[in-house]
Ligand binder design. Structure first.
Ligand SMILES: Cc1ncc(COP(=O)(O)O)c(C=O)c1O
Length: 408
C-alpha cells in the first residue's frame, strides 16, 4: 500500500537554496543586460561565432546540474557576444525586430507570474483581451472582431488559413474533412511570403491550391489577372477560397491594391485575408493609411508586433472579422474562452490552448502600448521612411540616412 503520509511529509520545493544569493545574481544580470543594451550601438553589429564556441555549445546532456553562477558565466562568455545583431541600431538585414529594455523587463515579470491565459479567471486574461482590443482600435478593425496573440506572422497566417477553410459553407470541412469539397484555391503572388504556402499545406489544401496571380511592374497584384484566375478556377469546378493580399511584401514592401481585392472578394464571396506581418502597422502613418484602409474590412489580418512595434521575439497577432456566430471561426472543438460583457469570446480560435506564448505576450505588450505608445508610434513613420530609402534601387542612388551614407 502506498504510504501517503511519508510522501507528503517530505516537502519538495523549487525554491532556491539561497534566496539572497539568487537575488544578488539577478541584480547583476539586470545591470549587465542594461549595460549591454546601452553600449550595443558602439559595438560591431555582428561577429562570427568561433569554432571553439560552437563546439562548446554542442555538449552532451549534463548528468549533473551546475551552479547558476557558472551557467550565467557561460552565457556571458559563450552566448551573449555572438548575437544575431538584430537588436543593434545599425542592423538592417532582413526584417527583424529589435526589442526594448522595458519589454525585456516585462518578460521577467510575466515569467515570474507565469500565468497560462487559457483557463481560469485571472488578471492576465483580461490584459490579453485588452491588448487585442487596443490592436483592433489601432487598425480601426471592427470592434465585433476577434483576435489572438500568437508567436508571429507565420502562426497568424496559418491560423487565418484554418479559419478561412473552416468558415467555408458553415464548417463543412471542419466536420467532414476535405473529401467533402472540391479542390480549394488560394490566390497569392510571387511576392507573397513563404509562410502562406506552409499555411495552405498545414490546412490540408495541398500546394496545388496555390494560384499565383501575376504582378505589375511595381510587384503589386494584378487585379485583372486575379479576376481571370478566379473565373478560370470556377469554370474547372474548383472552389476559390481565399485571396491573400499583401500589406507590405517582405521583398520590396509593395502593398497590393487591397481596396480592389476587397471588392472582388466581396463580390465573389471569397475570404479576404491580409498578410500584414510586414506592413499592417504602417496604417498608423498618414502616407499609408489610405493604401491600407481595406484592412478594416478584411475577413482576417495577420500582423507582427515583433517588427515595427519593437517587441522582443516572439509575438504576432491575428484579427478576424466575426462572421455571424463565433463558432464559425473556431478551429477546434475544445475551447477555453473568456467572455466580455457583450458576450463575445476571445479564445478558441487557435490550435494552441494558450500557454507559454500567451503567457508572456500578455504582460509584455501591455506596458509597451500603455506607456510607450507615443514613442512607439512616432517610430513607425521613421521605420517606414527607412524602409522606403533602403528599398530604393541600389545601383542608382546615393542617400544620406542620418550620419550614414549609402551609395553604389
Ligand atoms: C510579409 C510577411 N509575412 C509573414 C512573415 C512571417 O512572420 P514571422 O517571421 O513573424 O513568422 C513575414 C516575416 O518577415 C513577412 O514579412
Amino acid at each position: 500500500m502506498i504510504d501517503f503520509n511519508s510522501i507528503l511529509e517530505k516537502e519538495e520545493t523549487l525554491d532556491p537554496e539561497n534566496w539572497e544569493g539568487m537575488k544578488q545574481l539577478a541584480h547583476t544580470m539586470v545591470d549587465d543586460m542594461f549595460d549591454y543594451l546601452k553600449n550595443l550601438k558602439n559595438e560591431k553589429v555582428w561577429q562570427k561565432t568561433p569554432e571553439e564556441t560552437k563546439t562548446h555549445l554542442a555538449q552532451q546532456l549534463p548528468q549533473q546540474g551546475e551552479s547558476i553562477e557558472k551557467v550565467y558565466a557561460d552565457f556571458k562568455q559563450n552566448i551573449l557576444p555572438f548575437k544575431k545583431g538584430n537588436n543593434h541600431p545599425r542592423f538592417w538585414s532582413w526584417v527583424q525586430g529589435q526589442g526594448t529594455p522595458f519589454a525585456m523587463m516585462a518578460e521577467m515579470l510575466a515569467a515570474g507570474m507565469n500565468p497560462n491565459v487559457a483557463i481560469g479567471d485571472h488578471a492576465a486574461m483580461y490584459v490579453d483581451a485588452q491588448v487585442i482590443e487596443w490592436i483592433k482600435e489601432m487598425l480601426n478593425f471592427p470592434k465585433s472582431g476577434s483576435g489572438i496573440l500568437l508567436s508571429g506572422g507565420s502562426m497568424a497566417n496559418n491560423t487565418a488559413m484554418l479559419i478561412a477553410r473552416n468558415a467555408y459553407q458553415n464548417q463543412t470541412v471542419r466536420k467532414e474533412g476535405l473529401k467533402s469539397v472540391a479542390q480549394m484555391k488560394v490566390y497569392i503572388t510571387s511576392e507573397t511570403h513563404s509562410c502562406i504556402q506552409k499555411a495552405v499545406e498545414v490546412a490540408g489544401l495541398g500546394s496545388d491550391a496555390l494560384h499565383v496571380v501575376k504582378t505589375n511592374a511595381d510587384f503589386r497584384m494584378n487585379v485583372d489577372d486575379l479576376k481571370n484566375c478566379i473565373a478560370a478556377d470556377r469554370a474547372k469546378g474548383f472552389i476559390p477560397l481565399c485571396v491573400v493580399g499583401n500589406a507590405g511584401t517582405v521583398n520590396t514592401g509593395a502593398i497590393d491594391p487591397l481596396d480592389e481585392i476587397l471588392e472582388i472578394c466581396a463580390r465573389e464571396n471569397i475570404w479576404f485575408h491580409v498578410d500584414g506581418a510586414f506592413g499592417a502597422l504602417a496604417k498608423l502613418v498618414d502616407e499609408y493609411k489610405d493604401a491600407l484602409k481595406a484592412i478594416e474590412k478584411a475577413d482576417s489580418v495577420a500582423l507582427d508586433l515583433h517588427k515595427w512595434m519593437y517587441m522582443p521575439y516572439e509575438i504576432g497577432c491575428l484579427l478576424v472579422k466575426n462572421k455571424g456566430a463565433e463558432k464559425n471561426i473556431t478551429i477546434v472543438g475544445y475551447q477555453a474562452t473568456i467572455t466580455d460583457s457583450s458576450g463575445k469570446t476571445y479564445k478558441g480560435i487557435s490550435v494552441e490552448i494558450g500557454g507559454r506564448i500567451d503567457r508572456y505576450n500578455t504582460v509584455k505588450v501591455a506596458p509597451e502600448i500603455d506607456y510607450e505608445a507615443i514613442i512607439t508610434f512616432e517610430n513607425i513613420p521613421e521605420g517606414v521612411r527607412k524602409v522606403q530609402v533602403l528599398s530604393m534601387p541600389f545601383e542608382s542612388k546615393t542617400v544620406n540616412l542620418r550620419n550614414i551614407t549609402i551609395s553604389n
